[in-house]
Design a binder for this molecule. Structure first.
Ligand SMILES: [Zn+2]
Length: 221
């Protein structure tokens, strides 16, 4: 593939020189750029096919990469497809930047198409920073929210905090070094096995004893 491109760049005798597919200028290289859109279940992977001259190639590459960074990080398969698109685009960028300044093909009437103007570099676009920052924040929040559930709190000796409105019937398992209302004394299959108050979660009955200094437990009928 590299050999093929090199032969096109140097205009080796017998090898037809390529025209840029956008502006018709030369030299151009056979290169494609990739754009991945991943929005939950809406996933697309587009190929933007050349040949491109240096200027059009760079503009197409920047737009495809920026769109991938902004709209291509939000589906499960994006973990694979977004980096793939970005790496392919960086390789393509190297190819087009190795080309000379685009000029009209010699001996042909001048076209009224001009090479694309340079677009803003990817990381000078606000959204290209904003989208990964939002993603990092979402991951950070999910990780932090997940932490308490990673620790087993619904065990004998664990602690619960009651919902103040609904009383004992609804309670959250909390760490015992946090403010709590009761301690789990046993876990039963029936509320009748609990001498004192209890809380039910997923058909398991957590028998409770009041925390130190807390009032006696009463289950709301
Ligand atoms: Zn061009």
């Amino acid at each position: 593939m590299t050999d093929l491109i090199d032969s096109q760049l140097t205009g080796r005798p017998g090898t037809p020189q390529l025209d840029c597919v956008v502006c018709g200028h030369v030299p151009a290289a056979e290169v494609s750029f990739y754009r991945h859109l991943g929005l939950v279940l809406y996933v697309r992977f587009n190929r933007i096919q050349g040949p491109f001259c240096r200027d059009c190639g760079l503009a197409k590459m920047r737009d495809a990469t920026a769109e991938t960074i902004i709209s291509g990080l939000w589906s499960p398969v994006s973990v694979v497809l977004a980096p793939l698109a970005i790496v392919r685009n960086l390789l393509g960028r190297r190819t087009v930047l190795a080309l000379d300044k685009p000029v009209p093909r010699p001996g042909q009437p001048e076209s009224n198409l001009a090479p694309l103007l340079p677009t803003r570099p990817v990381f000078r676009r606000f959204k290209a920073w904003f989208a990964p920052a939002v993603l990092a924040a979402v991951i950070a929040v999910l990780t932090l929210v997940d932490l308490p559930s990673a620790e087993k709190l619904d065990v004998v000796g664990g602690c619960v905090k009651f919902d103040n409105i609904l009383h004992v019937d609804t309670a959250d398992f909390v760490r015992c070094d946090e403010k709590h209302d009761a301690v789990i004394t046993s876990i039963e299959n029936s509320w009748q096995d609990c001498a004192d108050g209890y809380v039910e979660k997923l058909y398991r009955y957590y028998c409770l004893a009041p925390a130190e200094g807390a009032p006696a437990l009463v289950n709301v009928p």
